[in-house]
Design a protein around this ligand. Structure first.
Ligand code: SF4
Length: 380
């Protein structure tokens, strides 16, 4: 039987299918009642019952009903007698899974002419993910990242968007058991590269939930203002920052991320180090997409980040619906497994710990950093 880390990576890489029963769409609508197609990482949140007892393991499955690659997944979800099962058709093993079947009432709370669920995605009973703008301006300008399925900035939706998002976040912040907030999107052509826009949303959450862990996924602000930007975000209540380098080689970065790849790698390193001074150890993370560039390049990125105290987080490339790379093949999960093990070794060597991280690594739904770090520590 696969280790939990490898099984999770296989499911993340290939998605899951319901064999055409419509079960996935029905369940996804429970967790995301507004049925908005957000980024490729927004999928159905399930937890896997371990075979030998113990704590259920969170698994996030790739955009269950609008990613074509998942339709041919070897992992088939079914419902029998009110229980859910995931059949691994490659091994014949059938796992019991837990999936929420009731929509949290707060997601249905009216906000303007819509509902709170229109502006936030809710995952796993505790994590709220929100795009602070409806789409990305870089895509409007023909400079979007080719792997990204978020779509162009919809200017017709911009009017009143920030107010409705703030209202939705305030509702979420008051809901029982909702304590993790991940905010993303909002790129700009200004020197802060969009970071200042987050302050109002963080303050809206913190007004109602002082204990909430709020993390941002942003591009690194220009070096000349990064300290001032981060101090303002920290004062607003931000706990952790993710700045996704995504790829190491400048050639790949320029080809796949025409705008984001034009920010020098050094900006990520510099912002990461300033961020550690301001937000603390283990609070700065950087995502790396595995499987597009050679693994050796991914490992170089891991070394560069970890040696500066920035937590690298490898996650598998997915051919997201709506992205320019939607027809690319899925990648072999063992490559992401090797990259994540390498990251775990580097984290151990440099004294940083993904189990203490905020943001995307803390949510643990899109990668296996925590699982493999724990494995590496036990081996030592
Ligand atoms: S910067 Fe790239 S990854 Fe981020 S939202 Fe824009 S297109 Fe998507």
């Amino acid at each position: 039987m696969d280790s939990i880390g490898l099984l999770k990576l296989k499911i993340l890489s290939r998605g899951i299918s319901d064999g055409g029963t419509g079960l996935l769409e029905r369940l996804h609508l429970v967790q995301n009642p507004a049925a908005i197609a957000r980024t490729g990482n927004n999928g159905l949140f399930i937890s896997l019952e371990p075979m030998g007892g113990g704590k259920p393991s969170p698994l996030n499955v790739a955009m269950s009903y609008n990613n074509d690659f998942a339709k041919s997944s070897p992992y088939i979800l079914s419902e029998e007698g009110g229980k859910f099962f995931l059949l691994d058709t490659t091994s014949g093993i059938k796992y019991t899974v837990n999936i929420p079947t009731e929509t949290p009432q707060w997601l249905l709370t009216p906000v303007g002419d819509s509902i709170a669920g229109n502006y936030v995605a809710f995952e796993g009973g505790s994590t709220v993910i929100a795009d602070i703008t409806p789409g990305c301006i870089y895509i409007n300008k023909g400079e979007g990242c080719k792997f990204c399925g978020i779509g162009a900035l919809d200017k017709s939706q911009m009017l009143g968007y920030a107010g409705k998002l703030k209202a939705s976040l305030e509702i979420a912040a008051q809901a029982a058991g909702v304590d993790i907030f991940v905010l993303t999107g909002g790129n700009t052509y200004t020197r802060d590269r969009g970071a200042y826009q987050y302050v109002q949303f963080v303050e809206a959450i913190k007004k109602h939930n002082k204990r909430a862990s709020v993390s941002l996924e942003i591009s690194p602000p220009e070096p000349s203002i990064v300290r001032e930007v981060f101090e303002k975000l920290k004062a607003a209540g931000v706990e952790a920052i993710t700045m996704n380098l995504e790829f190491y080689s400048d050639k790949t970065r320029a080809e796949i991320m025409p705008r984001k790849g034009s920010f020098p790698r050094e900006d990520y390193y510099h912002a990461g180090q300033v961020g550690i001074e301001i937000f603390g150890k283990n609070k700065i993370t950087s995502g790396l997409i595995v499987g597009v560039e050679p693994l050796e390049d991914t490992k170089r990125a891991i070394d560069e980040l970890a040696s500066r105290g920035i937590l690298p987080e490898p996650y598998p490339f997915k051919p997201n619906a709506g992205s320019q790379m939607r027809d690319w093949p899925t990648i072999d999960p063992s490559i992401t497994h090797e990259a994540t093990l390498y990251a775990a070794e580097a984290q151990k060597k440099h004294g940083i710990d993904p189990r203490q991280a905020g943001g995307c690594i803390a949510c643990a739904a899109c990668g296996v950093s925590q699982e493999l770090y724990t494995q590496v520590c036990k081996l030592r």
